[in-house]
Design a protein around this ligand. Structure first.
Ligand SMILES: C[S@@+](CC[C@H](N)C(=O)[O-])C[C@H]1O[C@@H](n2cnc3c(N)ncnc32)[C@H](O)[C@@H]1O
Length: 154
């Protein structure tokens, strides 16, 4: 039986942080991700100490994948899914003009060091949010998720 899929049925997104330092930022991002429809979140090479202040029990709603290394993360990027780096820089597209891909994994840099070149070089796109100085990492991720939900994906 042939079936025509709706565009919305062919899209999903996940979001994560490279080498995050604080559990609070992961918790904040996880909550936004769950509420606004992410399929998963992830961390790569995490440095945080886990805390348990999660009122929504988001761990029971969408999974947190934990990759030990950048290589193990890159090995797991799904077929036909684009990696979108969220980072300030000359090569980054202003989010206002950005059309989000149907299937995307968004990746943020750590609180202290940002996204390393080894990772940003692997991204299909890099996007930047407005502001002269950097935002908190969970705020930057949450605004990006909201932009995707607000605009939809291509
Ligand atoms: C606190 S910032 C890192 C700042 C770091 N000290 C640096 O200068 O690279 C943490 C992460 O938040 C995200 N971020 C913060 N502000 C952003 C902005 N205006 N546009 C895009 N990403 C942003 C990026 O992923 C960044 O790596």
């Amino acid at each position: 039986m042939k079936r025509k899929w709706d565009k919305a049925e062919e899209s999903y997104f996940g979001i994560g942080i490279y080498q995050p330092k604080t559990w609070d930022n992961i918790g904040t991002l996880w909550r936004t991700a769950y509420i606004y429809g992410a399929s998963f979140i992830f961390v790569i090479g995490a440095r945080y100490k886990k805390k348990s202040s999660d009122v929504l029990k988001v761990w029971s709603k969408i999974p947190l994948f934990q990759y030990a290394t950048l290589e193990s993360f890159l090995d797991c990027v799904p077929y036909s899914c684009q990696l979108v780096g969220i980072e300030m820089g000359d090569k980054s597209i202003p989010i206002k003009a950005y059309q989000h891909p149907s299937r995307a994994i968004y990746i943020l840099g750590s609180e202290d060091a940002g996204l390393p070149n080894a990772l940003s070089n692997k991204c299909h796109d890099l996007i930047v949010l407005p502001g002269e100085t950097s935002l908190n990492v969970a705020v930057a991720g949450s605004i990006t998720i909201f932009d995707r939900v607000n605009k939809g994906s291509k």
